[in-house]
Design a protein around this ligand. Structure first.
Ligand code: SF4
Length: 452
């Protein structure tokens, strides 16, 4: 059953549609130094080409392509730290002019100045996604800036005063676990619309930085989080757990888990036809000319071509997966998706490993997004364990971070076997999760006629 809760200016709903949000990395320049930052190594390296901020012209050109080629209608702007980008106000005005609703992913340090917050509001910031990594001196310690917690709290009060929406990002480090309930209380008291609890994820920019001492044991997370989730959920604050194995939590908490394939249905995550282009180096380096924007469907077909031997071998060993691929009936996509200028062409679903498979509710875009997430994040950063072979939800779960298994082993994995069939629709659990839809998105992200 579809539920909608009107929160005034936004709604919470369990109605799921595909995302339309873009992402832009302006350059890895930041006024903090968090040890778990995806870009920690880049920031440390003098002269790294991704470090300096790009020109306003380049940033605008990227936004224009994301809006008009990929039909994105909102954008997460990040730096490093986007609030210290010298042209941030002009860029936000431009985003609003072309129909990209801007969010800034920020540590909020400079928002302790209310005059600056007023300028952000005038320039058309839609909301801020604030990194609350701990409280008090523990926060200062993590981000390596004395006084940063106090400044962040002042910033949040400023945003409340000016009625600018905000959400929280919290990285699940060992240090923050004892304070999660207090942060949930802060979210309620100050009016955050959502709390994202993010595992200390691995990224190429952190090579050599993750180890047994700083990567939190999943079992600790599993013990501490459930009451915090209950608290937030009861107070109608969206909760997301990003990139954790589903089997860590009992089924009632699995709707909150957003692994790589669930992000396809999260309006605050990054749409992949456009991201395939923006995440590439030329679009992240100030000095490089922009690349030609690619077509995701063509990219997937070319990649299959490159892997054709492995794929043929898999089908020889698993002929039923080939037959399953050949008999797929694809669900009709919504207009929102067919408006993407990149064309589907000859792309068809192909289930070339055991994590891919048929579900009657998936459109051609769902299949492409799922395949892309499978071959990008799932193959490189995550690991399916031997135990996962017998798990019915392996098709929608990322598994464990690759290096995590080296540090901590696979004891915590408990394959799901009670469903009675293999699941391939990433919405299997999250169809019951209540998520924020902003009023600007009601005409396409809520069931027709609702919230208008
Ligand atoms: S696929 Fe593996 S990690 Fe994911 S829920 Fe199943 S057993 Fe756990």
């Amino acid at each position: 059953m579809i539920k909608i809760i009107d929160k005034g200016g936004y709604s919470l709903t369990n109605h799921r549609v595909n995302y339309r949000r873009a992402v832009l990395w302006l350059g890895q320049t930041c006024n903090q130094r968090c040890y778990f930052c995806y870009f920690a190594n880049i920031m440390e390296e003098k002269g790294h080409p991704e470090k300096p901020f790009m020109s306003l012209e380049k940033a605008k050109e990227i936004c224009k392509t994301l809006r008009f080629k990929y039909n994105n209608n909102s954008i997460d702007i990040q730096g490093g730290e986007p609030t210290i980008y010298p042209h941030i106000f002009e860029l936000m005005k431009y985003c609003n002019e072309i129909g990209l609703k801007p969010t800034l992913i920020t540590n909020a340090l400079v928002l302790d100045d209310i005059e600056k917050c007023k300028k952000f509001k005038e320039a058309g910031v839609f909301d801020f996604l604030i990194s609350v990594h701990n409280l008090g001196e523990a926060h200062d310690e993590v981000v390596k800036v004395p006084g940063s917690h106090k400044r962040q709290m002042k910033a949040i009060d400023n945003l409340m005063e000016l009625d600018i929406p905000f959400r929280f990002n919290i990285v699940l480090t060992n240090e923050v676990l004892p304070n999660l309930q207090l942060i949930a209380g802060l979210a309620e008291k100050k009016g955050a619309r959502a709390c994202n609890f993010i595992a200390f994820n691995c990224s190429p920019g952190q090579e050599g930085k993750r180890n047994k001492d700083n990567v939190t044991l999943y079992s600790k997370i599993k013990t501490v989080l459930p009451p915090v989730i209950d608290y937030l959920d009861e107070r109608e604050i969206e909760v997301n757990l990003r990139y954790l194995p589903f089997c860590l939590f009992e089924p009632k908490y699995r709707k909150f888990i957003q692994d790589t394939k669930q992000t396809i249905y999260d309006l605050h995550e990054w749409e992949y036809t456009g991201r395939l282009w923006t995440q590439d180096k030329p679009q992240r380096r100030a000095a490089d000319p922009l690349d030609e924007p690619p077509n995701l469907f063509k990219y997937l077909l070319e990649r299959r071509e490159g892997e054709s031997r492995d794929i043929a071998r898999f089908f020889e060993e698993n002929p039923h997966k080939y037959e399953e691929s050949m008999s797929v009936k694809v669900k009709e996509p919504t207009k929102q998706l067919t408006d993407i200028a990149v064309k589907v062409g000859d792309y068809k679903p192909l289930f070339f490993n055991n994590n891919l498979g048929y579900d009657e509710n998936l459109t051609i875009y769902d299949y492409a997004y799922i395949e892309f997430r499978e071959i990008s994040a799932c193959t490189y950063r995550y690991k399916k364990l031997d135990k996962c072979n017998s798990c019915e939800i392996t098709g929608i779960c990322d598994g464990f971070h690759k290096d995590y298994v080296e540090f901590w082993g696979d004891e915590e994995a408990i394959p799901e076997k009670s469903i009675g069939k293999k699941i391939y629709d990433p919405r299997y659990y999250m169809k019951d999760q209540m998520k924020v839809v902003e009023k600007e998105e009601y005409n396409w992200a809520l069931p027709q006629g609702e919230g208008n």
